[in-house]
Design a protein around this ligand. Structure first.
Ligand SMILES: Cc1cc2nc3c(=O)[nH]c(=O)nc-3n(C[C@H](O)[C@H](O)[C@H](O)COP(=O)(O)O)c2cc1C
Length: 197
């Protein structure tokens, strides 16, 4: 009941034409998004693409410090709430029901795009997974991985006629408290149908 099985990804888009069009998108269509769209976005961001557990985004020493969450406001088949993307099984696991978009937007220096988006992908990290292996240098690896994952998400959004923007301006502790998650939040990426074209 609290776990949603996601839809397997589809292939067949030219990466070059997608990269030519990519822009940050901050205003979204009024309609919600489908479970298929959410499934592809999350899988592209950091989904599993090999039997041994390898993912779409590289990870220093395969330590995989990132945890991806979805704050769903208007997504088909999902009650509004915060979900964790379980990479290993390509499912969403409900963390908390509710819609904290307004508080989140406030903690992101009042960026309204968080309120207007039907969903927001949150990239967070457990730094220990990487720093226990690489020491202090592991921190920079985690930031690099956030970039990989974020860019994957931008490319996937563009390929689906959707858009996103990396929101890095926010109050760390406030966002963490609103979401109630143990990991450190590194960026928030509101997603939705691209209204800017
Ligand atoms: C690390 C990082 C943090 C960013 N933070 C924000 C943000 O808080 N709000 C926002 O609207 N855009 C943010 N952006 C998006 C940039 O403003 C945007 O990438 C830049 O203006 C270039 O435009 P383009 O992405 O359309 O090419 C951020 C981008 C990066 C890479």
């Amino acid at each position: 009941m609290d776990e949603i099985i996601l839809i397997a990804p589809d292939s067949s888009k030219s990466i070059i034409s997608i990269l030519m069009r990519r822009r940050s998108v901050r205003s979204f269509g009024k309609t919600g998004i489908s479970l298929k769209e959410v499934s592809e976005l999350l899988w592209a961001a950091c989904g599993k693409n090999s039997d041994w557990g390898g993912r779409t985004a590289p990870s220093a020493g395969a330590t995989y410090p990132l945890e991806i969450y979805l704050m769903a406001q208007d997504v088909e088949s999902l009650v509004p709430g915060l979900y964790r993307y379980v990479v290993e099984r390509h499912v969403l696991s409900l963390v908390t029901k509710g819609n904290p978009a307004r508080e989140l937007s406030g903690a992101c220096l009042n960026q309204k795009t968080i309120i207007n988006a039907p969903a927001t992908v949150i990239i967070s990290a457990d730094f220990n997974r990487t720093t226990t292996r690489y020491g202090d240098r592991g921190k920079r690896y985690v930031y690099m991985e956030t970039g990989h994952c974020g860019q994957n998400l931008h490319i996937a959004a563009e390929s689906l006629g959707m858009g996103t923007v990396m929101v890095g301006a926010f109050k760390d502790e406030e966002v963490k408290k609103i979401l109630g998650i143990p990991e450190e939040v590194l960026c928030l990426c509101p997603v939705g149908k691209n209204e800017e074209k």
